[in-house]
Design a protein around this ligand. Structure first.
Ligand code: GCW
Length: 715
C-alpha cells in the first residue's frame, strides 16, 4: 500500500517541498524495489510526483515495463541473489521479470543496479545511508534499510535535473549524526505567560491546542515529510518545562502521544517525550521521586513498559531537571548522574535513550555577587560526573555556556566529558535572534560552532564530539502559522539544521542554495540569477548584521526581560538571572579570567584556555564575554571598543536598510504572499534595528562621555 503524501490546507505554504520540486522525478519512469512501510512512503511520494508531472512508477514485483527505468530505488536485501553476485550477468532483476520480451528493459535496469552494487564493493550503507549513482541512462539509489531509500529519494529531489545528467560514479551518503532531533517547546495547556509554544514565534502549536491534541493529521504528516526531506529523524513533542497537564502525557494521556507518533512514523521520525522528574509524586502520589528509592525505580520501569507497549518505536525521555524551577535530583540530595541513570535504566530494555539537559544554573543569583558566574555552571555541575552516566544517557549541552545568544564562545562542557555521550543543542526558534520578525539565517553561526576545535588545530571538532555521542538537537521554530515559521525566510533555518546535522561540513551557502532551489524553483523564474543573488545578499550575512545592531562583542543579552525582544541595555543588569555586562563610566564586559575574574577561562583545554585568558589573543567578537575593558581599549581591528560599538550599530542598521531595498527587487519574481509577509517583517526589523542602534549608542555615549569620531547623532 503506498503511503499517500498529506494534503494540507491550500493556504499552508509548501515550504521546501512544493510540487515543482518533484518535477525531475515526477516526469520520469521509476522502479521501486523493496518492501515495508517506509518503502510504501517512497512509492507514494513518487506516485504523487508522477501524477503531477506525467511520469510513471512501478514496483519490481509489478509487470515489467517495456522501457527501462530512469530511476531505480532499490533496497539491497530485496535484490535477487544474482545482484549481489556481480559475475552473473544473466539473472533478471526480480522473480516476475522472466518474460523474455521484457529482458532488454529489465536488463538495463539490472545492469545499472549491478554496476552500482559492484562499485559499492560491499560497503555497508547502514540504517539510514544510501548510495547514489548514474549508470548509462539510469539513476540508481541503493539502501540497506528502508529509511535510507527515503533519504535517497529526497536527495534525488534535491538534485532535480542534475540527478539525471551524465554518468557519475557511486557516492555513498551516510548521516554524520545518528539522531537529528527537534525539541518542541509546545505546551498542551497554554501557559499563562509563555502561551501555547514557549518561545514560539509562528502561531500556535501544530500538535496541541487549548489542552487537547489538535488532531490535524495532515499538518503533522506534512511536517514529518518536510523534516525527512532535510534529514531530521526525531521529535520531542512537548516543552522541557513540564507543567501539570503535560506531565500526564507519560501516563493517562499517552494515547495523545501515540497519535502523533502514528503521523510521524511514515517519514521515519521517532517521537520523544519531555517528562518531569517528579512524575512518580505528581502523577501517582508516591512520597518521593528520589532516584535511589526502589519504589521510584519500579514506578519508572512500569511507566516505561506501558509507553513501549503503546508506542514500540518510542525514542525516549527528555529531561530538564533542577533548572529554572523544574524538579530534579538535588531535592533528594542526589546528583544528576543518579537522576539520569534512573530514567536510563527504565528505558534500556527497549533501546530508548534519555536526553538529560546540562542547562543547570542558579537563576536566583545575587547580582551584587561578582564571583558567581552563570557561564561556569554547566561545567561545574557536570564535568565531575564524567564516566558515571549509563550509555543510554545523552547529556544535552547548549552550544554556548550562557543561553543561545547571537554570539557566545562554545560551551567548555563539550570538551570536558570524554566518558559521556554528548548532544549539542541549537536553537532554531529565534528567541534571541530576532524572533522570526528579523531575517537571521543561522546556518553560518551553527557551522562556526560545529567546526570549532576545542583542542586547537588538528584536534577534533564540535561536530566530531557530537557525532560520537550521536546527536545534534535543536529547538524547533515551527508553529501553525501558514508559513510554518512566521517569517518565510526562517524556514531556511529549519532546513539548514537538518542538513548540517546530516552533514556538518556543508557550507551555509551551499545549504542555502539547496533551499532556494527547492523552495523557489529559480530555474523557472523570469530572473533566476537575480532571485538567487538577492536571496544570498539578504540572508548570507544576516546573522552578522543582527549581531552588529544588538549587544556588542559577545557581551550578550541587553534584551527586554521576559519576552526577550528588542533592546533594554540594563534590563537584566540588576536581576537574579546571572546575565550582566557590568558597564560603568570607565568600561564594560565580564572578567572571566583566571587571573582576576571568575576563572571561567580555565574550563577550556589549551590552547583556548590561554587564548581567552589573554587580552591580546582573545578574538574581538568575544572580547566582552571574557574581559572587562576600558572604552578606549583598542581591538585587533584597530578601533577602540567605544568606536566599534558606534560603528557596528550604524553599519548594522545600514545593512538592514539595504536588505529592505534588495527585497523590493523580488516583487513579481516570487510568490506574492511570501513577498508581502517578508516585506511586512522587514519593516518591523528596520524599526527595531534602529531602536537597538539608538539605545545602545546613546547608553554608551552617556556612560563613556566619548564622542563619535564621525559625529553621527547619538541622542
Ligand atoms: O533561554 C531560556 C528560555 C526559556 C527556556 C530555557 C531552556 C524552555 O528563555 O524559555 O525554557 O532557556 O532552555 O530550558
Amino acid at each position: 500500500m503506498p503511503v499517500i503524501p498529506p494534503d494540507v490546507a491550500p493556504d499552508v505554504h509548501p515550504a521546501w517541498l512544493p510540487p515543482e520540486a518533484f518535477r525531475a522525478v515526477g516526469s520520469r519512469h521509476t522502479l521501486v524495489s523493496g518492501d515495508g512501510p517506509l518503502v510504501d512512503t517512497v512509492f507514494g511520494e513518487v506516485e504523487r510526483a508522477c501524477a503531477g508531472h506525467g511520469g510513471a512508477v512501478r514496483r519490481a514485483t509489478d509487470e515489467p515495463d517495456a522501457r527501462p527505468a530512469d530511476l531505480v530505488l532499490a533496497l539491497t536485501p530485496a535484490l535477487p541473489a544474482a545482484d549481489r553476485r556481480p559475475d552473473d550477468v544473466r539473472e533478471p532483476i526480480a522473480a516476475s521479470d522472466t518474460d523474455p520480451d521484457a529482458v532488454p528493459a529489465a536488463q538495463v535496469d539490472l545492469d545499472a543496479v549491478r554496476a552500482a552494487h559492484v562499485d559499492l564493493a560491499g560497503a555497508a550503507l547502514g540504517a539510514e545511508g544510501f548510495a547514489l549513482t548514474r549508470h548509462g541512462q539510469v539513476t540508481v539509489v541503493l539502501a540497506d534499510a528502508p529509511a535510507g531509500l527515503l533519504y535517497g529519494l529526497f536527495q534525488v529531489v534535491r538534485l532535480g535535473e542534475a540527478a539525471f545528467g551524465p554518468e557519475c560514479p557511486v557516492r555513498v551518503h551516510r548521516p554524520a549524526l545518528g539522531r537529528r532531533m527537534l525539541d518542541h517547546w509546545d505546551n498542551v495547556d497554554p501557559h499563562p505567560v509563555m502561551g501555547q509554544v514557549e518561545r514560539g514565534y509562528a502561531g500556535g502549536s501544530i500538535f496541541w491546542r487549548d489542552g487537547r491534541p489538535r488532531r490535524d493529521r495532515a499538518r503533522a504528516r506534512a511536517y514529518a515529510r518536510l523534516l525527512a526531506a532535510c534529514g531530521v529523524n526525531a521529535v520531542a513533542v512537548n516543552n522541557v518545562n513540564v507543567h501539570a497537564t503535560e506531565a500526564r502525557l507519560l501516563t493517562d494521556r499517552l494515547d495523545d502521544v501515540a497519535e502523533i507518533a502514528d503521523e510521524l512514523r511514515p517519514y521515519a521520525i521517532r517521537v520523544h517525550l519531555s517528562v518531569t522528574f517528579a512524575a512518580p509524586v505528581v502523577l501517582d502520589g508516591l512520597p518521593t521521586a528520589d532516584p535511589l528509592d526502589d519504589a521510584v525505580r519500579t514506578w519508572w520501569a512500569e511507566a516505561t513498559r506501558r509507553v513501549y507497549a503503546r508506542i514500540p518505536d518510542f525514542g525516549g525521555y527528555l529531561v530538564k531537571a533542577d533548572s529554572e524551577g523544574q524538579p530534579g535530583p538535588f531535592s533528594y540530595g542526589r546528583d544528576h548522574a543518579d537522576g539520569a541513570n534512573l530514567l536510563a535504566e527504565a528505558l534500556a530494555p527497549y533501546g530508548g535513550v534519555v536526553h538529560w539537559r546540562a542547562f543547570v544554573y542558579n537563576h536566583r543569583q545575587d547580582w551584587r555577587d561578582r564571583s558567581t558566574d552563570r557561564a561556569r555552571a554547566a561545567f561545574d555541575h557536570f564535568a565531575p560526573l564524567d564516566g558515571r552516566f549509563r550509555d543510554n544517557v545523552i547529556l544535552q549541552v547548549k552550544h554556548g555556556p550562557m543561553d543561545f545568544q547571537a554570539r557566545e564562545p562554545v560551551s567548555p562542557v563539550i570538551a570536558a566529558m570524554p566518558g559521556t555521550r554528548l548532544a549539542v543543542e541549537f536553537q532554531v526558534t529565534q528567541e534571541y535572534t530576532g524572533q522570526q520578525r528579523h531575517v537571521c539565517y543561522l546556518a553560518p553561526w551553527w557551522s562556526e560552532v560545529l567546526r570549532y576545535r576545542p583542542w586547537g588545530d588538528g584536534g577534533r571538532s564540535v561536530a566530531d564530539v557530537a557525532a560520537d555521542g550521536g546527536d545534534l538537537v535543536a529547538v524547533s521554530n515551527v508553529g501553525d502559522d501558514r508559513f510554518w515559521t512566521g517569517h518565510p525566510l526562517a524556514q531556511a533555518n529549519l532546513y539548514a539544521f537538518g542538513r548540517l546535522a546530516w552533514e556538518p561540513g556543508l557550507t551555509p551557502e551551499a545549504v542555502l542554495d539547496e533551499w532556494i532551489d527547492l523552495t523557489f524553483d529559480p530555474a523557472r523564474s523570469t530572473g533566476p540569477a537575480l532571485l538567487r543573488r538577492t536571496l544570498h545578499e539578504v540572508m548570507d550575512d544576516s546573522w552578522r548584521t543582527y549581531e552588529r545592531y544588538t549587544a556588542p562583542l559577545g557581551v550578550g543579552f541587553m534584551v527586554r526581560p521576559g519576552h526577550h525582544y528588542g533592546p533594554d541595555v540594563d534590563g537584566y543588569e540588576y536581576t537574579p538571572w546571572g546575565t550582566y555586562h557590568f558597564a560603568d563610566r570607565d568600561g564594560l564586559g565580564v572578567d572571566r579570567t583566571r587571573a582576576t575574574g571568575t576563572g571561567f577561562t580555565g574550563q577550556y583545554p589549551p590552547p583556548w584556555s590561554q587564548v581567552y585568558e589573554s587580552l591580546d589573543e582573545c578574538p574581538d567578537e568575544l572580547l566582552l564575554f571574557f574581559h572587562h575593558v576600558p572604552y578606549d581599549h583598542v581591538l585587533h581591528s584597530g578601533k577602540t571598543v567605544i568606536q566599534h560599538i558606534y560603528d557596528s550599530h550604524f553599519d548594522g542598521v545600514r545593512e538592514v536598510e539595504e536588505t529592505v531595498g534588495r527585497w523590493q527587487r523580488l516583487a513579481g519574481l516570487i510568490d506574492p504572499d511570501v513577498h508581502a509577509r517578508v516585506t511586512e517583517r522587514l519593516t518591523e526589523q528596520l524599526r527595531c534595528a534602529r531602536e537597538w542602534r539608538d539605545q545602545v549608542n546613546a547608553y554608551f555615549h552617556r556612560k563613556s562621555g566619548t564622542p563619535d569620531a564621525h559625529h553621527r547623532p547619538l541622542h
